[in-house]
Design a protein around this ligand. Structure first.
Ligand code: FMN
Length: 227
């Protein structure tokens, strides 16, 4: 059952309340609300999220991870949204640990079985001083694509620089990119919702639910090309 208005969920992977990442996500939230959509936020730092343990049994499991923490509640919130913005700082030339742990647990523990984020519209905000933000962005792109989310091209990536120790939104070029991203996300969500409302079906068929199910190579198997 569709909510009457689009819902975008922002996930902050910063451990600093009110820091650059939170400011950027709040900015995105204000834009989303101006478009008559609902914006919800999850701050990973406020939740109990265990790192992946050495059990390794997720490789054999067909059901979600059994570690008892806040992960399954967060996954449910993600499922309710039409769009999800992942916002994270760069730490040590890579993805800051809260988002890294979250992505690992969400991916192997919950999302790999049925790909429930398929067709949700994804957005990414990376904050940093200036080093390796693009590689962090690329990492999150790969993760969203793995989850069959829809990334809408909107110009430059939303990479926000701040060289001051004080949290602030000073990077006007980064903010311009962020604005474009949010507007294109909302536009795409409206498009997908209008298709669903008109046909009762998702715009992209939800078959082939995960990559662990064998999928024979059609052309190598000699089935021919009908297109
Ligand atoms: C431990 C640590 C490591 C960092 N490493 C990098 C880095 O490799 N590259 C970079 O550009 N900025 C780095 N920064 C700066 C942060 O990415 C930047 O200040 C970011 O906006 C912080 O977000 P926050 O205010 O939400 O915590 C680092 C900051 C910290 C605390």
């Amino acid at each position: 059952m569709q909510a009457p208005y689009p819902i975008i969920l922002g996930i902050s992977g910063s451990e600093r309340a009110g820091g650059n990442t939170d400011l950027a996500l709040d900015y995105a939230g204000r834009l989303v609300r101006e478009r008559d959509a609902e914006f919800r936020t999850i701050h990973l730092r406020d939740h109990l999220i265990s790192p992946c343990s050495p059990c390794g049994d997720c490789n054999l499991r067909t059901t979600p991870c059994e570690l008892r923490d806040d992960m399954s509640a967060i996954i449910e919130k993600m499922k309710e949204a039409d769009g999800i913005i992942y916002a994270a700082p760069v730490h040590g030339f890579g993805l800051a640990h809260l988002m890294q742990i979250f992505i690992e647990r969400a991916g192997v523990g919950f999302l790999r079985f049925e790909r429930p984020l398929a067709n949700k519209v994804g957005g990414i905000i990376v904050t940093g001083r200036r080093y390796s933000d693009a590689s962090v962005h690329n990492q999150i792109v790969d993760n969203l694509l793995l989850n069959r989310m829809i990334l809408v091209g909107s110009g430059f990536p939303a990479l926000l620089h701040n060289t001051s120790p004080e949290p602030q939104l000073q990077d006007t070029e980064g903010l311009e990119a962020l604005e474009r991203m949010v507007h294109r996300m909302v536009d795409m969500i409206h498009l997908l919702r209008s298709h669903q409302a008109a046909t009762g079906k998702p715009a992209l068929p939800p078959d082939d639910r995960n990559e662990r199910t064998a999928r024979p190579l059609r052309l190598l198997a000699g089935a021919g090309d009908t297109h």
